[in-house]
Design a binder for this molecule. Sequence first.
Ligand code: DAH
Length: 327
Amino acid sequence: MDKKIYEIKKELKCFHMKTYNNLETFRIKFLGKKKGLLTILFKELNKIPINKRKTFGKIINELKKEVQKKIDIFKHKNFIKNEKIIKFDPTFPGKSIEIGSIHPLSIIINRIIDIFQKIGFIYVDGPEIEDDWHNFTALNIPLFHPSRDMQDTFFLHKTPDILLRTHTSSVQIRYMKEHNPPFRVLSIGKVYRNETISSKSNFMFHQTEGFYIDKKVSFSDLKQTIHYLINSLFGEEKIRFRPSYFPFTEPSAEVDIYCNREWLEIMGCGMIDPKVLENVNIDSEMYSGFAFGLGIERLSLMIYKIKDIRNYFENDIRFLKQFKSEF
Ligand code: DAH
């Protein structure tokens, strides 16, 4: 028995485990159910005198632990889980990662930001959760005024009124409150209205808000800026300004674009109402400004000739991968 134990110890020292096969051979060699060296030794314990059994039993048990420890260390070092080895083969082709494409709405948003950056507009963000003052009251839309009904609001909380912003015009108020003119600002983001989902409308869409305030800003500056935007987006296109009404601009206009032999409305704009300027402590005698608001979904439906707005939000890769960004 002594000799056999000595042999096993020697064998244990020299054994190198390099591959899984070796690990398995190793385990079978020592612990295999039938011919494992230690298994056989255990069986042989019966044959030796009782007074020696305890000592040898202890030694064999320790050897068994040692074998198990070697197996565990090897597995740990080689990240073998559940007896399966993850073999690293450097010649194996890599997993291909599909490169996505930029969402069509993001393409248009990036284009608009680029167009306005060229004429000195800075880009700012505003919160999607707004209070009544920034979304309505400061924009000259007082409580109970019928113009509040122009936009069907999702309220999150009543008194105080907290809501999902219905337009990006609230960013005008947030920015003007904190800064002194002159400034040229652009903001783009999501707005929410309680509207039925259809091919042309959704409860959430994106708007661009632009505003420019300085001394002597006039309606002709507004017209020139809108022409510049439309020409940059569409090339030379016929547009017209139609008188309209917004509570926060005076005079106000809507802009239509001539497309496929019909006039399509694409944006609202106007000269910022002096009352709005006063609400944010800007001297309306000294400063004037224009503002405009533009729906991104509607604009991109036109640019890409897409018929249904719902395509934008369904995450269908066949649809999304058709759009290429120039950026
Ligand atoms: N906030 C308006 C809307 O959601 C759009 C708009 C119209 C924005 C005129 C403006 C503006 O800045 O001057 O319908």
